[in-house]
Design a protein. Structure first.
Lengths: 512, 173
């Protein structure tokens, strides 16, 4: 019996691969999806356990996840094992590379924050002269944002801010307590725009429950788990890609899957690693370059509110919009929230005195985390490290990324602004700092396979299609040119949807 | 002739769920990583950091020091060093000030040795090894206590939010 022919081979099942499958299968395109990780049963493969019944009392196996601060002993099995999936960096510049290899990818655990980019990002070079513009404008992507938000069930509140375009939201009608209300007023007095969180709703808002089931229902999608893709294969006569070599995760059996059109959505750095290992789509020489993310200053301020708290929200970027008014380019956003009790470390006490202080301050916590724009720079890059091989024999990456004064100055400004807002709101400041977590830890890694008008300075065109290989598309965060301060998943989804419709149309016309 | 007892029809069809215990339910950790003076200091420190209050068990009832002997013994070298140097510094400080081991100090004397715990927390770790150790130990002793069977069983009966349970993802094949 002949193998079922598929129109499109998709690598990855997360936000980008999932949206690609969702879009293409509804247009009647037959898709085969490969993912490096297993399929699993959300009910049977998880269970309620008391923390004292875990082997390490909730601390987790020491040293198991030196770079994945998000992992804990309950969730340890979710994250890609660091021994099986090594990578390297210069010890002076640590990089935290966080991966999940399971059907659904990182959408299984994402924070669900769903923000649109604006032309302050898409046309950033026009605005401040740094770097490059995207080869598309906000207006090109807006119709796709409009369709992605209802799919992900994004809630939010419309504000009419040009730097943070409104979307199609479930209306957020949540109320704020008196402390947060004062904080919002103090922000307004200073011209600092605030809004409610914009967040996909539901305990699980994942590719696995929101995208893949609809795609499966069309009958046009086949998912093959445990397929660790080694390299993309090329037809030497045409220069087009014609499939992938993969290894079965469990048996290590070597396999080959054919593709008429190949979509790579394996996550920002995994996609670029795959292209580099395959030696394709790099006539520009920029594949692997322009790695950036958002820098995070976690708990930039930690304060106590006079009243037990409640409520929270988001500060939209407000710096350098009309003119350059800071000692840095671009800007930052802030997540803030109140309620709960601050961590015991913030109280310079111990023993019974500490317990009394914790009880007295229950519900009075307030904290804010800064998420800052990182300038895309050529020198921040990844390359193949032939000495670092994963458990399936695939060469891994060496990652070089470093923040610069633009980010450091921005972090300091954010700290001072937040401390001032807290004090003006009558909060007691317990701690403020401007120390960002290492690059990568925000899990918002972007770039390295960027889009652009010119094949000389970019890997992909405005349709996420490789300039060099027309039947190759890369649809995840690696395509980003700039990232702003907004969480990237919604934009990744919208770009994947847009690329998929273009792809389907080109296939229909016989151009692919 | 004796009648055979009726077959337990249900049990023949279904596997029952047997509730099993955890090691701490019937056994003690054999502490072997820290030296005797280090472990004595850790026990005294743990009791000071989180004493039993009313019916709520403290770090000693939760066997937090013995658990940490195991956990730190399994940990990367820098963490081992942080603990060993910190506990040695507690004993050295106690001897210097009072001519006794840390475990033998009364609460006021111990508090003088634990002065770094009254410093405000800062994002960057303190350079002084004792201060750096104490802030880690404060977090670890508290976590080892509130995550213990002893604590969870008492506190979760009082509060629905302090249940000490979570959704555990089973390891993958």
């Amino acid at each position: 019996m002949a193998l079922t022919p598929y129109d499109v081979l998709i690598i990855g099942s997360g936000a980008s691969g999932g949206m690609t499958a969702h879009t293409l299968t509804k247009l009647g395109v037959k898709c085969l999806m490969l993912d490096a990780g297993p399929a699993f049963d959300y009910d049977k493969d998880r269970s309620l356990r008391p923390v004292y019944d875990l082997p390490y009392r909730g601390f987790g196996k020491p040293g198991r996840f030196p770079h994945i601060t998000q992992a804990n002993e309950f969730t340890a099995a979710i994250w890609a094992d660091e021994k099986e999936n090594p990578y390297s960096y210069d010890p002076k510049d640590p990089y935290y590379w966080v991966r999940i290899r399971r059907i659904g990818g990182k959408t299984l655990v994402w924070g669900r924050a769903s923000w649109r980019l604006s032309d302050y990002e898409f046309k950033a070079k026009d605005h401040d002269g740094f770097g490059d513009n995207w080869p598309l404008a906000y207006a090109d992507l807006a119709p796709y944002y409009d369709r992605c938000e209802p799919l992900l069930r994004v809630s939010g509140r419309k504000e009419g801010l040009p730097q943070l375009p409104d979307g199609v939201f479930l209306e957020d009608q949540s109320k704020d307590g008196p402390s947060v209300t004062r904080f919002l007023e103090e922000a307004k007095k200073r011209g600092i725009p605030t809004t409610k969180q914009r967040r996909a709703q539901g305990a699980l808002a994942s590719s696995m429950n929101l995208l893949l089931p609809d795609a499966m229902a069309t009958g046009n999608l086949t998912i093959v788990p445990n397929a660790v893709v080694r390299e993309i294969t090329t037809d030497r006569k045409t220069g087009l890609v014609n499939g992938v070599n993969f290894v079965d995760r469990r048996s290590k059996r070597e396999m080959h899957a054919k593709a008429r059109v190949l979509v790579v959505g394996a996550s920002t750095l995994e996609s670029t690693r795959l292209l580099l290992n395959s030696g394709i789509a790099n006539s520009s020489g920029v594949l692997g370059h322009y790695l950036f993310d958002q820098f995070y200053v976690k708990n930039t301020v930690q304060a106590l509110t006079p009243e037990a708290g409640g409520g929270g929200g988001y500060i939209a970027r407000f710096t350098n919009l009309k003119s350059k008014d800071k000692n840095y380019l671009r800007g930052y956003a802030v997540d803030f929230g109140s309620g709960g009790t601050p961590d015991p470390k913030y109280f310079p006490l111990y023993g019974e005195a500490l317990q009394k202080a914790l009880n007295a301050n229950r519900g009075r916590g307030f904290n804010a985390t800064t998420m800052g724009s990182v300038l895309p720079r050529f020198e921040n890059h990844v390359s193949i490290d032939k000495n670092v091989i994963d458990a399936w024999g695939v060469p891994s990456l060496r990652i070089q990324a470093r923040y610069t004064d633009n980010e450091f100055n921005m972090a300091k400004d954010a700290m001072n602004t937040l401390a001032e807002l807290c004090q003006a709101s009558g909060f007691e400041l317990l701690e403020k700092h401007d120390r960002m977590v290492p690059p990568g830890e925000s899990i918002h890694e972007l770039g390295t396979c960027r889009m652009g008008e010119s094949p000389k300075t970019s890997v992909l065109n405005k349709w996420n299609q490789a300039h060099d290989v027309k039947n190759l598309f890369v649809v995840d965060g690696s395509a980003f040119v700039t990232g702003g301060s907004q969480n990237p998943t919604l934009t990744i989804s919208a770009l994947a949807m847009r690329a998929s419709e273009y792809m389907a149309e080109q296939m229909r016309k016989g151009d692919l | 002739m004796l009648a055979l007892p009726a077959a337990p029809a249900l049990l023949a069809q279904e596997m029952p769920k047997i509730e099993v215990g955890v090691p701490d339910a019937g056994a003690e950790t054999v502490a072997h990583f820290f030296s005797a003076p280090q472990l004595a200091a850790l026990r005294r420190l743990s009791d000071l950091l989180l004493p039993a209050m009313g019916e709520t068990p403290g770090a000693l009832e939760a066997r937090a020091p013995e658990f940490l002997d195991f956990l730190i013994g399994e940990s990367p070298a820098d963490r081992k060093q942080l603990y060993r140097a910190g506990l040695d510094a507690l004993n050295a400080g106690a001897r210097r000030k009072y001519g006794k081991a840390f475990a033998e100090l009364d609460a006021a004397q111990a508090d003088a040795v634990l002065a770094p715990l009254h410093e405000r927390w800062t994002y960057d770790a303190p350079k002084d090894p004792l201060a750096a150790f104490l802030r880690e130990a404060k977090a670890d002793v508290m976590a080892a206590t509130v995550n213990s069977r002893e604590w969870v069983q008492v506190v979760s009966q009082r509060s629905r939010t302090a249940s000490g349970t979570g959704i555990y993802w089973h390891p993958i094949e």
